[in-house]
Write a protein that binds this ligand. Sequence first.
Ligand code: NDP
Length: 278
Amino acid sequence: MTPYLPSPLVAADPDALNGRVIAITGASDGIGKAVALAAAAHGAEVILLGRSVKKLEAVHAQVRERHGERSLMAVLDLEKAVARDYDQLADAVMSRYGRLEGLVHCAGLLGALSPVDHADVPTWCKVLHVNLTAPFVLTQVLLPALRAASDASVIFTTSSVGLQGRAYWGAYAASKAAIGNFAQTLAHELEGSTAVRVNTLNPGATRTRMRRQAFPSENAELLPEPAQVVAPYIALLAGTARDLTGLTLACQPSPTVSGAASAASGPASSAASSSVVN
Ligand code: NDP
């Protein structure tokens, strides 16, 4: 089976998300910010989730400038949030919209790349919390709102190291493997009895702060910008990929980066090797 999204899935029409309410974590930067901007550009009302008010305000202003009042900000630090914070967010979503058509998990933490001998235990716990436990809790509290929508999509952002462990990628790789497994569990539970679709998506090597942190010496100019990898997110959110519940998808790397992608060994450099997992 092809590891790349077939082209019909990546061609969402400009109004594909009209009337949909979509929450995005990590909306302050990188891929999450690009997904938020693209979702708003396709007509969605976006809930920008992040920990930095200043960065969220900048994205909010960008959405307003381009599309008018189409975004809301919600501050949620996934490392520090407690049950009350999640409940308040879920209550706010329900009272304002009464439903949620999309939940995109983009927030993520790389932690420190290191051999297992030297892996720092608190850092391990932090990475597992932000990349695995927090998305689980957020999804759980938002399930009633997702169930209330006539069609809804939950997307977990994963990585090739979540499919195949790699030396030095300990906590990050384990967290991505686990979130992929959790997504499958959730997909199986919701499939058939609800209109909630669940997928994981590997964006492929992308020019972001996290990628720079993992590969400080690579030529980032050869990597796609976040805006170039968001089309599959939009297709999944729009329901173009309605029959793909439970699948792990990999974005097609831009032709200009294929050389760099195959030479590197990063979290997403082998996007071409990841494929449908269930
Ligand atoms: P960035 O570092 O650019 O963005 C990470 C996002 O996560 C930021 O918005 C950041 O917020 C947010 N975040 C981190 N910690 C917290 C926290 N405690 N609470 C709330 N938000 C938090 O990384 P990318 O855009 O590259 O990563 C996005 C997703 O894509 C991640 O899940 C990553 O694992 C995945 N991915 C990325 C690849 C790549 O090549 N870039 C490849 C494969 C997967 P803030 O702005 O405040 O720091």
